[in-house]
Ligand binder design. Structure first.
Ligand SMILES: CC(C)(COP(=O)(O)OP(=O)(O)OC[C@H]1O[C@@H](n2cnc3c(N)ncnc32)[C@H](O)[C@@H]1OP(=O)(O)O)[C@@H](O)C(=O)NCCC(=O)NCCS
Length: 175
C-alpha cells in the first residue's frame, strides 16, 4: 500500500466496516515502515482489497483486512491473507494473532482454513455495539501443521488465479 492508495482503501473500508479508521490512521501506519506492513491487492489496476499487520518482537498482529463489497467471496480475501502470512515470515515473526467479531463467521472460517485457532475472547471489545472479539492465533508459523495449511492455500490460490486468467476480460465495472 502506498500513500496514493489510501483514499481508495478508505472508500472500501467505509463501505464494509461499521467503524472505519480515522482519516489519518493509514498515513500514520504507512510512515511506520519498521513495524507496520500494509498491502493492497489489485486486479486490472483496480484495488480490490487490502490488509495490514504490525510486528512486535516475535508476534505479527493482523490489524485489518477487507475486500470490496461487490467482490467478496471470490477468493481475494484468501490471497490478501496469504500475503499477510508471507509478510509475517519475511518480517521474522514467530506467530500471528488477530481479533475478529464473534458474529463474523466467514472471516473466522477463512482464518481457520489457514490453521488459526481460537485462544480467547475480549468482552465488549467493539465499541460500536459492544460485541466481543474472538482472539485467534497461528501457534508457531514454522510448525509443519501451519506450513502445510499455508501451502495448501497457496496451491489453491495458484489454481484459482490460473482460472481467472482464462476468464474473458470483464467489460463492466460495478461499485
Ligand atoms: C472477510 C473477508 C476479508 C474475506 O474475503 P473474501 O474475498 O470475501 O473471502 P474468500 O472468497 O477469499 O474466501 C476465503 C474463505 O473465507 C470464507 N468465506 C468467504 N466467503 C464465504 C461465504 N460466502 N460462505 C462461506 N464461507 C466464506 C471461507 O472459509 C472461504 O474459504 P472456502 O472458499 O474454502 O470456503 C471479506 O469477506 C471482507 O472484506 N469482509 C468484510 C470485512 C471483514 O469482515 N474483515 C475481517 C475483519 S476480522
Amino acid at each position: 500500500m502506498r500513500e496514493a492508495d489510501v483514499p481508495t482503501v478508505q472508500e472500501i473500508e467505509r463501505d464494509i466496516f461499521s467503524t472505519p479508521w480515522p482519516r489519518n490512521a493509514y498515513y500514520r501506519e504507512l510512515s511506520s515502515r519498521n513495524t507496520a506492513h500494509y498491502i493492497v491487492l489489485r486486479k486490472d489496476e483496480e484495488i480490490v482489497g487490502y490488509g495490514g499487520m504490525w510486528r512486535m518482537y516475535d508476534e505479527a498482529h493482523v490489524t485489518t483486512i477487507g475486500v470490496r463489497r461487490d467482490l467478496q467471496h471470490h477468493g481475494y480475501g484468501r490471497i490478501i491473507f496469504a500475503g499477510l502470512v508471507q509478510a509475517a515470515y519475511d518480517l521474522g515473526a514467530k506467530w500471528v494473532t488477530l481479533e475478529v467479531r464473534t458474529s463474523n463467521d466467514l472471516a473466522m472460517q477463512m482464518y481457520e482454513g489457514f490453521g488459526f485457532k481460537v485462544i480467547g475472547r475480549r468482552r465488549g471489545y467493539y465499541t460500536d455495539n459492544g460485541e466481543d472479539a474472538i482472539v485467534m492465533w497461528s501457534d508457531s508459523i514454522f510448525s509443519p501443521r501451519f506450513r502445510s495449511a499455508f501451502e495448501a492455500n497457496l496451491e489453491r490460490i495458484a489454481t484459482e488465479v490460473d482460472g481467472l486468467r482464462r476468464d474473458p476480460p470483464s467489460t463492466t465495472t460495478t461499485r
